[in-house]
Design a protein around this ligand. Structure first.
Ligand code: HSE
Length: 435
C-alpha cells in the first residue's frame, strides 16, 4: 500500500478538527483511499496538546513543510491571503499537491494558483473553502457535470445565518449573537468578513467559476451585508409570506453573469427558508437535473474537516493516475478567456421589498404609484400600518414585480424627494427561487 505523507500547516479550529478526524477514522480512510495517509509533519504557532502525536514531527515554521522533500501533500489551514499565498505557491513550485480550506485565497488568487498548479501538474483541492461540510464543489464538478448550470443561490455564511436566525426567532441582539458565533468557532478572524458579506462573496465566486467556467472575479461581486437588517423588516416580511436570508446568487443571463450577495426575501414555503442557525444550503438549477438542494453545517471544526479530509483522500487516490489525467480541467484559468462578463448590479433584474415612512394623507399613495408606473415597475402588494399615537408618518411596505435595478433605484430616489416621505427607503431584494 502506498504511503502518502501529508504536512498540515495551521492548527486552529479546522487544523485540529482535521487531525482528529484523520486519527479517529484512520482505518476507514485507509480502506477508502487505498493509501496509508500519514500526518508526517504539523506546523503550528502554538504548542499542541494531543495524545496522537507519536510519529508526527511538530514544528513552528510552516515553510519547513513545503521544503520537506518527504511531504506529498501540503494542507494549508492558516487562512489569510498573504502568507498563505506564498506557502501555496511555494508548495506548488516544489511539486507538492495542496489541500486548502481558504476561500479568500482561492477567490482572490485562485487564477494564479490554478495556472501554477497546471504548469507543475499538481492538484489544488478546495472543497472545504465553500459551505463547510457540504460537498458542493464535488457536486458541481462531478455530480452535475452533465448540466448547463442556469443559476445557484445559497446561504453560504454560517455566522450570518446564525445571527439572523437568533434575531428573528429569539429576538436577540446582533452583537451578543455575534460574540456567541465567535466563541463557537464559526466566525472569521475579522468578523466583518461574515457580517458584511465578504466571506459569502469569496465563496460565491468560487461556485460561479465552477458553475459557469468563468475566471474567479472577486472584485466584480456586488456585496451587501446583514448589519443593516432591522427586526421590523423581518416581521413585515413574515406578514407577506417571506423570510429574510442572506444569499449569494449567481445566474447566467443572455447578456452576462450576475454575481451578488445581499439580504433577500424568499418565500417561506421555499425549503431554503427553513435553513437556520449555522447551517448552510446551496440550491443549484441545472438544465437536466432541475433544481437540487445541498444542506449541512457550513462552519465548525469537524464539519469543515470532513471536507478537508475528503480532499486528502481524493488527492491520495489520484496519485496513481497519470499527472495529465489528474490535473483538473480549468478552462477559467486561461487569461485569454472570452466568455460572458459579470453584470453590473444596475443591470440585474429582481423583485423588491420597499419600506417607506410616509405622511398619512390622501394622494400620497397615488403619487408613489405613478412614479412606479412611469418607470414600468409593477406593484405586487402593499401593506400600510396605522400611525403610532402622536406620529404623522406611517410605515408603507411595498412589494414590486421584477424590474431592472437601475429603474428601481431611480424610482426610489424620486420617491425619497417627495415631501410626504421621511428619511431613506429601506430596500431589500426578493427572489422566488423557482425559475
Ligand atoms: N466564517 C465562516 C462562516 C466559516 O461563518 O460560514 C466557514 O467558512
Amino acid at each position: 500500500m502506498r504511503t502518502v505523507n501529508i504536512g498540515i500547516c495551521g492548527f486552529g479550529t479546522v487544523g485540529s478538527g482535521t487531525f482528529a478526524v484523520l486519527n479517529r477514522n484512520r482505518e476507514l480512510i485507509r480502506a477508502r483511499s487505498g493509501c496509508d495517509i500519514r500526518v508526517a509533519q504539523l506546523a503550528a504557532r502554538r504548542q499542541i496538546l494531543s495524545s496522537n502525536l507519536d510519529s508526527v514531527s511538530v514544528i513552528r515554521d510552516i515553510f519547513q513543510v513545503v521544503e520537506n522533500p518527504g511531504i506529498d501533500v501540503v494542507v494549508e489551514l492558516i487562512g489569510g491571503t498573504t502568507t498563505a499565498r506564498e506557502l501555496v505557491m511555494k508548495a506548488i513550485s516544489r511539486g507538492k499537491h495542496v489541500v486548502t480550506a481558504n476561500k479568500a485565497l482561492i477567490a482572490v488568487h485562485g487564477n494564479e494558483i490554478f495556472a501554477a498548479a497546471r504548469d507543475h501538474q499538481v492538484i489544488v483541492a478546495y472543497e472545504a473553502a465553500v459551505a463547510g461540510g457540504i460537498p458542493i464543489i464535488k457536486s458541481l464538478r462531478e455530480g452535475l457535470g452533465a448540466n448547463r448550470i442556469e443559476w445557484l443561490a445559497g446561504i453560504i455564511n454560517g455566522t450570518g445565518n446564525f445571527i439572523l436566525t437568533a434575531m428573528q426567532e429569539e429576538g436577540r441582539k446582533f452583537d451578543e449573537v455575534l460574540r456567541q458565533a465567535q466563541a463557537l468557532g464559526y466566525a472569521e478572524a475579522d468578523p466583518a468578513f461574515d457580517v458584511e458579506g465578504i466571506d459569502a462573496a469569496h465563496k460565491l465566486v468560487i461556485l460561479a467559476s465552477l458553475a459557469f467556467g468563468i475566471p474567479l472575479q472577486f472584485d466584480r461581486v456586488f456585496t451587501e451585508g446583514i448589519s443593516a437588517i432591522e427586526l421590523q423588516d423581518m416581521e413585515f416580511a413574515r406578514e407577506l409570506g417571506y423570510r429574510i436570508k442572506h444569499l449569494g446568487i449567481a445566474r447566467e443571463t443572455e447578456s452576462g453573469v450576475e454575481l451578488r450577495v445581499h439580504p433577500t426575501l424568499i418565500p417561506d414555503t421555499s425549503l431554503i427558508a427553513e435553513v437556520d442557525g449555522v447551517m448552510n444550503a446551496v440550491m443549484v438549477k441545472g438544465d437536466a437535473a432541475g433544481p437540487t438542494l445541498y444542506y449541512g453545517a457550513g462552519a465548525g471544526a469537524e464539519a469543515t474537516a470532513s471536507a478537508v479530509v475528503a480532499d486528502i483522500i481524493d488527492v491520495s487516490r489520484s496519485l496513481n493516475c497519470s499527472p495529465e489525467a489528474r490535473v483538473p480541467f480549468l478552462a477559467f484559468s486561461d487569461a485569454s478567456f472570452n466568455g460572458k462578463p459579470v453584470l453590473a448590479i444596475e443591470d440585474v433584474e429582481t423583485a423588491y421589498y420597499l419600506r417607506m415612512q410616509v405622511l398619512d394623507r390622501p394622494g400620497v399613495l397615488s403619487q408613489i404609484a405613478s412614479i412606479m408606473s412611469d418607470r414600468g415597475i409593477s406593484i405586487e402588494a402593499i401593506i400600510q400600518k396605522q400611525p403610532r399615537p402622536g406620529e404623522n408618518h406611517v410605515a408603507l411596505i411595498m412589494m414590486t414585480n421584477r424590474a431592472r435595478e437601475a429603474e428601481l433605484m431611480a424610482a426610489v430616489k424620486q420617491i425619497e424627494k417627495l415631501d410626504s416621505q421621511a428619511g431613506k427607503i429601506i430596500q431589500l431584494r426578493v427572489e422566488t427561487l423557482d425559475r
